[in-house]
Design a protein around this ligand. Structure first.
Ligand code: GLV
Ligand code: MG
Length: 368
């Protein structure tokens, strides 16, 4: 968003002489799973080349979960991996390369940026910034990236992704999304956000059995039987924040993501959490373990059933105006627009995922 003393035109001018021009649209590149790896961990780093092409985004993590003693090794490891792995990162690569830098008040972040941009800026698609509090944090990163890009002679701007994981960040979510043309998206950071809000959970994302609603007691002759067994329904702790995040991102033409799901063994609850985010409008999620990549790829790709239905509605709606009845249900301009979101997403994913391409191509839509 432009401040009162700034012209709208200034927004799309580079912030440093010689820096690449800001993008006017954020490319809709598939990013169903953002798979985190620790570049200081040799075993993990060795697996990276084989993962290229199997996951939409590989993210070299430099922040939390990397021990203070390993911060330099992680940064240097990321440079080595990016320089030594073909097809990783850059506008045409099958797998994007992202990094999560250290927090802006940490002793490491300046070296993170001044090392990574000159060394691998041409491969780095997105820089994820943790613990973003307001537009001022994005402005800081925006300017420093422009200076470093100019110095490195880069011809394409590195995009910025903010993690929503402080109460102030949530309060300022719209201004964060609109703070720079570099803004690519937002992720929910449920672990830090819970701590910052002083929530009484002790987990990394997901639900909590204590956060529930209970059905009313049965009544006999107007008297409530409070001793009766009553069903309870667990509620989603993250619904409010994800919904705010989705609206803020949609308003600014950028992309919302769920974040970490720490219970790696509970693949069922993980899939549920991912699916809620997908249904609410998120385009992807983090993966903390290879088995979460498969879950994310499945959940964030429209099902064959949904694509079939969406294509039937598109076919039945003709010029896109008016209303039709399909299977006893009314479809109109608004449901057509929802269906187009699914059809377009399926088309994008089919281009990069041969298995999905086959499944979607096999869908037959009969005109009734
Ligand atoms: C992620 O960084 C989180 O804090 O959940
Ligand atoms: Mg965090």
């Amino acid at each position: 968003m432009t401040g009162s003393s700034q012209s709208a035109k200034d927004f799309f001018r580079p912030l440093a002489v010689g820096a690449p021009e800001p993008l006017r649209e954020i490319p809709a590149r598939p990013s169903r799973a953002i798979h985190f790896f620790d570049p200081s961990n040799e075993k993990m780093a060795a697996k990276v080349p084989d993962m290229v092409g199997t996951v939409d985004v590989l993210l070299g993590n430099l922040e939390d979960a990397i021990k203070a003693d390993n911060k330099v090794a992680a940064r240097e490891g990321l440079v080595e991996i990016a320089q030594g792995t073909s097809d990783l990162g850059g506008p045409d690569a099958p797998t994007q390369l992202w990094t999560r830098i250290n927090a802006l008040d940490s002793p490491w972040v300046l070296d993170d940026l001044t090392t990574l941009v000159p060394a691998i800026g041409d491969r780095l698609d997105v820089v994820m910034v943790p613990k973003v509090q307001g537009a001022e944090d994005i402005h800081y990163v925006d300017r420093i990236l422009a200076q470093l890009e100019a110095k490195a002679g880069l011809d394409r701007p590195i995009l910025v992704h903010a993690i929503l994981e402080t109460a102030r960040g949530v309060a300022n979510v719209e201004e964060i999304c609109g703070a720079s043309p570099r803004m690519q998206g937002l992720s929910l950071g449920p672990a830090d956000l819970a701590a910052d809000r002083r929530m009484k959970t002790t987990r990394v994302g997901g639900g909590h059995p204590g956060y529930l609603v209970r059905e009313d007691p049965p009544r006999t002759g107007g008297t409530a039987n409070l001793e009766a067994t009553r069903a309870t329904y667990q509620q989603d702790l993250w619904h409010y924040t994800i919904a705010r995040m989705v609206d803020a991102c949609a308003m600014h033409g950028i992309y919302p993501y769920y974040g970490p799901f720490g219970d790696i063994a509970d693949v069922v609850a993980c899939e549920d959490q991912f699916r809620n985010a997908f249904l609410l409008g998120c385009v992807g999620t983090w993966s903390l373990h290879p088995k979460q990549i498969a879950i994310a790829n499945r959940v964030f790709s429209p099902s064959v059933e949904d694509v079939r239905h969406a294509r039937r509605v598109v076919a039945a709606m003709g010029d896109g105006t008016g209303a039709v009845m399909l299977d006893g249900k009314m479809e109109d301009d608004a449901s057509l627009k929802q269906c187009l979101v699914m059809v377009e997403l399926a088309e994008q994913l089919a281009k990069i995922d041969p298995e999905l391409e086959k499944q979607y191509a096999a869908i037959e839509v009969d005109d009734e």
